[in-house]
Write a new protein. Structure first.
Length: 283
């Protein structure tokens, strides 16, 4: 058993809006090569000491540019080595038939998780409660039925057009209450504004997981002083190749240096990801 990075960005950058791409910066020649060549990326995982990577893709045409075509991209890319590359896709929160779309993503494209990005898709995750986006209820029910983990971005974003008020983890509380069998991953743990809320939800609900990508490992205990108490509910992730994450292997090595019991570090790096993203997709 090896490390799973639960938050890696291998995305179709050619779909990005110019202003979003300008903020992200031109990808390095190495990263651009990985996007086109999954075999080269798997070789990089080997060098980094990472067994599996969850490839986080989503749909946000108005803010980032990604369309539904990102789902096909993720499926095709992960198809090179589905045991090590776990495809994540997206859906519009106002999709007219979310039940059918989720079935398609799981059964036809083989996606292993669904990513919602409230601050880039400009919606509240619980907008089904007041009737603003009633079809969200069907979306979450479909994910629950298909045993498809739901990754929800929590925490700030500095991309142009992003609306950070939608990224408060507490909007996810209704989902955890109404869909107790839906696996919910709080990407980035609400950083840097809402970490206590993310911790509260993780501790309260058995189906909610704290994911710690996008935070330098040496700062994790500043963001989450009680991380050791959450070791059984925390998932390792890097947000590579995002700002500050230059190398997967260096990030893993830095995490292993944290003053946590070795068994807690292994839970976060190895054991917990296998509970959320098992080796075999649910049948």
């Amino acid at each position: 058993m090896g490390v799973t990075d639960c938050h890696v960005h291998i995305n179709p950058t050619w779909e990005m809006r110019p202003e979003a791409l300008a903020l992200l910066g031109r990808p390095s020649e190495e990263v651009a090569g990985f996007v086109k060549d999954p075999a080269a990326f798997v070789d990089y995982l080997d060098r980094a000491g990472v067994e599996r990577a969850v490839l986080v893709n989503y749909v946000a045409p108005d803010v980032i540019g990604y369309t539904e075509a990102t789902n096909e991209f993720a499926s095709t890319y992960a198809g090179h080595d589905p045991a090590r590359l776990l495809a994540t896709g997206g859906i519009r929160p106002d999709h007219p038939d979310p039940d059918r779309e989720v079935r398609h993503l799981v059964r036809d494209l083989g996606l292993r998780a669904l990513k919602l990005h409230p601050s880039h898709q400009l919606f509240r995750p619980n907008a089904y409660v007041d009737g603003t986006l009633p079809r969200l209820r069907a979306l979450y029910a479909a994910c629950e039925r298909e045993r498809l983990p739901l990754i929800v971005h929590t925490g700030t974003s500095v991309f142009p057009r992003a609306r950070n008020r939608f990224a408060d983890p507490l909007f996810v509380e209704d989902l955890a209450v109404d869909f107790p069998d839906l696996t919910i991953v709080l990407a980035h743990g609400g950083r840097p504004l809402w970490m206590p809320a993310a911790v509260f939800l993780t501790r309260r609900f058995p189906n909610v997981w704290l994911e710690i990508s996008g935070i330098p490992p040496m700062s994790l205990l500043e963001y989450f002083p009680t991380l050791g108490k959450l070791a059984s509910k925390t998932l390792f992730g890097t947000d590579w190749p995002g700002p500050g994450v230059k190398d997967l292997g260096a990030n893993v090595a830095a995490f292993r240096q944290l003053p946590l019991p070795s068994e807690d570090r292994e839970r976060i790096l190895v054991d917990n990801p296998l509970r959320v993203f098992p080796r075999a997709a649910p049948s």
